[in-house]
Design a binder for this molecule. Structure first.
Ligand code: PAF
Length: 292
């Protein structure tokens, strides 16, 4: 596996690819601290492309709190070993100076209206502009035919899908289902920050989401007050378990807007999304109401 530490080395790889032929290229964009969720994305990429590139870049532009950026786990050596064992062809791990040569500031921002402002976007202003900007840059630098994203960050996936459509970016984006620990907790780089006492509480997030999804599946009559009431009760259950929820929301899978009025929830394709603090770790997760 090659380790490319800056865009110069990436350009050299492109030159080599154009001499020797490159086949299909798949990109798995990450911020490192690789875990089973990332390895699943890499396995999907491996099955679909001749060349698999993984990027590791802790993108300062998408962090709304400096403390969060500073404490984000950076484990490049271990990541490189995992990536090599998983059959990755190239690991692109640029520095901030290389990605943002204008004193760490991006002179251009990519904004995806509406999707960047709701749910996560409402609690983390500017976060999705940072994500859309860095993903556009990574796509331009790596020029992948295909890019894979985890469904745990469902809103991020929908935002990137819309960005790719809206800007005619010639990269196909695919979502890969959430990978969970045996107790249901979705794999996340943030899990390693959970103190032991909180780790045993964390799976309750998925249990509450499952309960809400099951209420939606059985709601065969439309009742206008049902959605806020169900969401409110779920937040109370999260609080009782020890979480401090930011939101828990029932949304349509396609555009993440509120369920259609007048149509029973059971007849709609919905996703229940939540973000909640546990101790000082922010967890997000989601569950779809239709599993087919
Ligand atoms: O999901 C992530 O790890 C990041 O948001 C991404 C897509 C790599 C952009 O920095």
């Amino acid at each position: 596996m090659r380790i490319l530490r800056d865009r110069r080395q990436l350009v050299a790889m492109h030159q080599e690819w154009s001499r020797k032929g490159r086949g299909t290229v798949a990109l798995v964009p990450t911020m490192g601290n690789l875990h089973e969720g990332h390895l699943t994305l890499i396995r999907h990429a491996r099955a679909r492309a001749q060349q698999v590139v993984v990027s590791i870049f802790v993108n300062p532009l998408q962090f709304d709190r400096v403390e969060d950026l500073e404490r984000y786990p950076r484990t490049l050596e271990a990541d490189a070993r995992l990536a090599a064992d998983a059959g990755v062809d190239a690991l692109f791990c640029p520095s901030s100076e290389d990605m943002y040569p204008d004193d760490g500031v991006s002179p251009v921002r990519v904004v995806v209206p509406v999707l960047s402002e709701i749910l996560e976007g409402a609690y983390r202003p500017g976060h999705f502009d940072g994500v859309a900007t860095v993903v556009t840059k990574l796509f331009n630098l790596v020029r992948p035919d295909l890019a894979l994203f985890g469904e745990k960050d469902y809103q991020q996936f929908k935002l990137i899908e819309r960005m790719v459509q809206g800007l005619d970016i010639p990269t196909r984006v695919e979502a890969v289902p959430i990978v969970r620990e045996p107790d249901g907790l979705a794999f996340s780089s943030r899990n390693s920050q959970l103190p032991e006492s909180a780790r045993s509480v964390a799976p309750a997030l998925k249990r509450v989401l499952d309960e809400v999804a099951s209420v939606c599946r059985t709601a065969t009559v439309f009742e206008a007050d049902r959605v806020p009431e169900v969401e409110g009760r779920a937040c109370e259950r999260l609080r009782a378990a020890g979480f401090d929820p930011e939101y828990l929301s029932i949304r349509r899978v396609d555009d993440l807007l509120e369920p259609e009025a007048g149509v029973p929830l059971a007849e709609q394709d919905l996703v229940v999304l939540a973000a909640a603090w546990l101790e000082d770790v922010r967890l997000i997760d989601n569950v779809r109401t239709r599993t087919d």
